[in-house]
Write a protein that binds this ligand. Structure first.
Ligand code: CA
Ligand code: CA
Ligand code: CA
Ligand code: CA
Length: 256
């Protein structure tokens, strides 16, 4: 390189090009989501009281859907786990009623931000704008782990567990091996900022589509969770994709 000015220009271009690449990695990558398990969800006719008791007319009218896809662990036995759920909505929030039959309920890890997936917990995946795409360490979608004591944890944009208790209100009632989880969940846009106090939940309306899946982490006696059972089939060998890839979610269509 004989001309030092050309050399300087080329060097500047090299660093600029690299910076562009870095920014691309950090932006949320959305793709065209393959639409599957499209379900029409009627609006609640009355107020849903989050008390773990499904005595509202809206719950009575809502349809049951199964939680029966083994994403992790061995095949299930009837006693070990079975689960199903219903959904409804109003302008404020999405409501989930999950009926979980689990032979042993455990919450052995006291710190809610340590291996929160290895205690029994209900995990609700939600993609407010049904965009699909990668959401591991961003808020393109959320994967709320709801613990037996009501704590709610997902990965933050800092790549560590963070409490999102203000996003999800829940109450569990348990009779013998059957637990009823009644959940009210506020939806947030992908612009949600972990460092701000002014994030506002989205108002819901008819014809809105929302990406959704639900799963249960079942541990009974083991160091790590024994099973992870979801509401939707996942293609490929690695089925533990929900916390990374919103493309695996089903789609809810909110209707009046
Ligand atoms: Ca209730
Ligand atoms: Ca079990
Ligand atoms: Ca999204
Ligand atoms: Ca269990």
């Amino acid at each position: 390189m004989k001309n030092p000015i050309i050399l300087i220009l080329l060097t500047l271009c090299f660093f600029n090009c690299n910076n562009d690449k870095k920014e691309n990695v950090e932006t949320i990558s959305k793709s065209t989501k393959p639409e599957k398990q499209l379900r029409e969800i009627p609006k609640a006719k009355n107020t849903i009281e989050i008390d773990g008791i499904a005595n509202e007319t809206s719950w009575n009218d809502a349809e049951w859907y199964p939680i029966d896809q083994v994403w992790l662990g061995d095949a299930l036995t009837q006693n070990d786990f079975s689960g199903r759920f219903k959904i409804t909505w109003d302008n404020e929030a999405l409501y989930v009623l999950a009926e979980i039959k689990d032979d042993t309920l455990i919450d052995k890890i006291k710190d809610p931000l340590v291996k929160w997936w290895d205690d029994d917990c209900l995990e609700i995946f939600v993609d407010e704008d049904n965009s699909g795409g990668e959401h591991q360490y961003n808020h393109n979608a959320f994967a709320y782990h709801i613990a037996l004591n009501g704590n709610v944890v997902d990965m933050s944009t800092k790549k560590v567990g963070k409490m999102y208790n203000s996003h999800v209100e829940s109450k569990i009632t348990t009779t013998n091996n059957t637990s009823v989880w009644e959940v009210k969940m506020y939806l947030y846009e992908d612009t949600y900022n972990d460092n701000s106090n002014s994030n506002k939940p989205v108002k819901l309306s008819a014809n809105k589509k929302v990406g959704f899946a639900i799963a249960y982490c079942d541990n009974d006696y083991s160091e790590e969770r024994e099973n992870f059972i979801g509401s939707i089939p996942v293609e490929g060998v690695d089925k533990n994709r929900g916390w990374i890839d919103a493309n695996i979610f089903g789609t809810l269509k909110l209707i009046e």
